[in-house]
Design a protein around this ligand. Structure first.
Ligand code: FAD
Length: 490
């Protein structure tokens, strides 16, 4: 059933629920649907509308004070039904075995086993519309220190258009829109959430309760909501160890340089995406990542006198010395040349974090976010080592010659234009105790009995892979866990 909180007459939910899920991105919708499939009643609350509105998006406003003043707070998220899946690109991958180990920088690793997550591999494939043979690698890489990056493309699945009708028709799920989570009320006598407060666009408040609660608001909002609820616990909810908001991670997207492909038969399948092997990661004590070689076989000339320019290009490209000279003088591509792109793991770093603004609040009175995204020397080593070792490897195999940027080769030079992938992770990390994280192996907030977190905020490390496939697998696992609990209807 679909209910618009803007039109609800009184402060009474239609019924008692087993689980209340806040947020309708890939995490929230997955938890809700899979709980409903197991007979549980679900209250699913979305702050935005069915479509994009400025009014809702504005509630994501905040400030970036970290690297490049990069505005991830504003630009990387969508606040309406389906969440950020409304503009994700659909590239799917999953974590390597080595990503689950304690991080070489001393921060704890994953509490859950990789095999426990991969149990939900086929479920996630179906949810994200991946083909049955997704992740099958037809041409294994025959290198030394790198391996093929196992990836697959979702269409990309938009959780809004794909699941709206099912949610509307569901007898088990009540989907509320314009239901902005504005308060988490704890029971004064026990370590439980007592109720959640939602506020509609008319600023009317509603209190809903359930047996279990799940926050699936995305990595920045999950942390914001826990920190902002600081009237009962002055440090915020789940923040006894001062870990909420810390270890914000992205995947670093840095310009490595260019390459000239050699041995054309090698490139007949196009792009090459490589991961460092576990041996390489261990040898250099670095993080994971993906480095991609993207040859351009249609290097063409444009503009006036196009035909003449193209004829000159073809001529130059026939001669190695003329090509080298041209490359020295200008940006010059022959067919098969290309740029190197990247997705590099960032280490969990206590200083890279989300905090609350001291003086700016949204229209509901919730402090806005301040994001301080930082890299450290450990991350710089990961970036440089992966670039240099991959360049050596493709040269050794005789398939490409690489020209790396100066700042990759020279560690005294600062990186230029550090980019990101809109993969926001790590602000409520999974851990053994509240000393180094916020949620336990079942994604339950440490110290509370009935509050859970879904989404990439729980990742203790970011790995060298796109996060959403793992977000969906973890959400499916969370649904199973919640469904298995002995429920006490309130
Ligand atoms: C341009 C772009 C490209 C991307 N490409 C890829 C890719 O190729 N591969 C990949 O793996 N990942 C990609 N991602 C990342 C991917 O979109 C996220 O990993 C994924 O959407 C996270 O899902 P989520 O449910 O945790 O959060 P979200 O999708 O952000 O959902 C959060 C939900 O919470 C709701 N909400 C927020 N605050 C409140 C509140 N107070 N009350 C009620 N509801 C609230 C929001 O409206 C939203 O519905 C991309 C992201 C971007 C921006």
């Amino acid at each position: 059933m679909l209910i618009d909180l803007d039109n609800l007459a009184d402060n009474k939910p239609p019924k008692k629920y087993d689980v209340c899920v806040c947020g309708t991105g890939p995490a929230g919708i997955t938890v809700a649907r899979l709980l409903a499939a197991q007979g549980k009643s679900v209250l699913l609350c979305e702050g935005g509308a069915l479509e994009y509105t400025e009014e809702s998006q504005k509630l994501y406003d905040g400030k970036s004070i970290g690297i490049n003043d990069w505005d991830a707070v504003k630009n990387c998220r969508l606040r309406y039904l389906g969440g950020t899946s409304n503009h994700w690109s659909g590239l799917c991958s999953y974590f390597d075995e080595i990503d689950f180990e304690m991080h070489p920088n001393g921060m704890s690793g994953w509490q859950v086993q990789r095999t426990d997550i991969l149990k939900y591999f086929d479920v996630a494939k179906e949810i994200l519309d991946l083909p049955k043979d997704a992740f099958h690698i037809a041409n294994p890489w025959r290198g030394y220190n790198f391996k093929n990056f196992a990836h697959a493309m979702s269409p990309p699945t938009r959780f809004n258009s794909k699941y709206l009708e099912e949610l509307k028709k569901s007898e088990k799920i009540d989907l509320f829109i314009h239901a902005n989570l504005t308060k988490i009320q704890l029971n004064p006598n026990s370590p439980n959430v007592q109720y959640l407060q939602f506020t509609n666009n008319k600023k009317q408040h509603f209190t809903f309760s359930a047996n279990q609660y799940v926050l699936a608001l995305g990595a920045l909002e999950n942390a914001r909501m826990l920190l902002a609820n600081n009237t009962q616990l002055k440090e915020g909810i789940g923040n006894r160890g001062d870990m909420v908001g810390r270890c914000f991670m992205e995947h670093i997207n840095i310009r490595y340089g260019r390459f000239v492909s050699e041995n054309p038969s090698y490139w007949k399948n196009g792009k090459l995406h490589l991961n460092p092997s576990a041996n390489l990661i261990k040898k250099y004590q670095i993080g994971n990542g993906v480095i991609s070689f993207d040859p351009e076989f249609n290097a063409v000339s444009y503009g006036r006198a196009q035909a003449l320019k193209q004829a000159i290009r073809d001529l130059i490209c026939k001669s190695e010395s003329a090509t080298d000279l041209s490359r020295k003088l200008m940006d010059f591509d022959c067919p098969g040349d290309g740029v190197i792109t990247s997705l590099i793991e960032q280490s969990p770093n206590l200083d890279s974090r989300v905090t609350l603004s001291a003086n700016e609040r949204d229209i509901f009175g919730i402090p806005k976010i301040v994001l301080d995204w930082r890299m450290n020397r450990y991350d710089e080593r990961t970036v440089r080592t992966i670039g240099i070792e991959a360049a050596k490897e493709v040269a050794k195999l005789g398939i490409a010659r690489v020209k790396l940027e100066d700042y990759i080769l020279d560690s005294t030079k600062p990186f230029i234009d550090i980019g990101h992938h809109c993969h926001q992770m790590g602000t409520t990390r999974m851990s053994h105790s509240d000393k180094d994280g916020v949620v336990d192996v079942n994604l339950k907030v440490h110290g509370l009995n009935n509050l859970y977190i879904a989404g990439s905020s729980v990742f203790p490390t970011g790995g060298g892979c796109n996060p959403t496939f793992t977000v969906v697998m973890l959400s499916a696992r969370l649904a199973d866990h919640l469904a298995s609990l002995k429920q006490r209807l309130i």
